[in-house]
Ligand binder design. Structure first.
Ligand code: SF4
Length: 261
């Protein structure tokens, strides 16, 4: 769509895993505005605050567009612009010497939540460098805690899907526990799904959080734990679930559930 010199392209937001549909307004080479796409099958026009500021962030004068090399002491915030060739040569020389001195595994490679092609490029780079670390998972900034717990408990990233609220699971459940999480601020798509679902059918909501979050204000039950005591609550619930035989045996034994309702 082109309107008064502004071209509108359909895309998706990848700031979080919600992937809401967006309309990107482009004038010349510049993104001037991003808004929700009302025709998107899942998000239906919804977007949170993050993509609304994406154009400002992208066009900000402090946006990093070329290599900068520290020109003073660490913390002095002094930088000099260098060429891509110089940057590549210096990084390659440094990595090469680290590899000779300590071995390829001296390098730790991390990323957020597998967005874009960076993960695959980095995997290839690590593979060529001789470093197996990217084989684990790139999740760091917002997902490493989940993957690490999965690795520690089960040896694999069992929490990957289970810990990201999905529309289908919100629609199916009758009791939702929001634990140490504030989706009205941090995962607004999920929060919108929860509100939609509550309009249709009763949905008991239990919020576990020492803070009075927006979610806590609308919850049926707000458990204001003393910080650091979550494990006691989790073990207590597990104890009741096991002793009163309230769990899905098929799921626990074989990882799949007989009932999907
Ligand atoms: S909830 Fe917000 S950040 Fe996440 S995909 Fe949708 S618009 Fe983007």
């Amino acid at each position: 769509m082109v309107n008064s010199g502004v071209e509108i392209k359909r895309s998706i937001c990848t700031f979080c895993a919600g992937n809401c549909g967006v309309l990107v307004h482009i004038k010349g080479q510049e993104i001037v505005k991003i808004e929700g796409n009302p025709e998107h099958a899942i998000s239906r026009g919804f977007i949170c605050e993050r993509p609304r500021y994406a154009a400002k962030w992208l066009n900000h004068p402090d946006q990093l567009k070329y290599p900068l090399k520290r020109a003073g002491e660490k913390g002095q915030n002094k930088w000099q612009r260098i060429t891509w060739d110089q940057a590549m040569d210096e990084i390659a020389a440094k990595l090469g010497s680290l590899k000779v001195q300590y071995g390829a595994e001296t390098l730790a490679v991390t990323e957020g939540t597998v967005r874009g092609a960076l993960f695959w490029l980095r995997s290839r780079f690590c593979n060529l460098f001789g470093n197996p670390h990217n084989a684990f998972h790139p999740g760091v900034t917002c997902a490493l805690n989940r993957y690490s717990i999965g690795q520690a408990i089960a040896g694999w990233r069992v929490c990957d899907k289970a810990m990201t609220p999905k529309k289908a699971s919100i629609e199916r459940t009758n009791c939702l526990v929001v634990w140490g999480n504030s989706p009205t601020e941090s995962l607004q798509r999920a929060s919108a799904w929860m509100s939609e679902r509550r309009k249709d059918r009763p949905l008991t909501m239990i919020v576990v959080d020492p803070r009075i979050t927006k979610m806590a204000e609308i919850a049926d039950m707000h458990l204001r734990l003393r910080p650091g005591t979550d494990t006691a609550l989790a073990l207590g619930w597990a104890n009741v679930i096991i002793n009163e035989d309230l769990y899905d045996h098929e799921f626990v034994q074989n990882g799949r559930s007989v009932s999907t309702s």
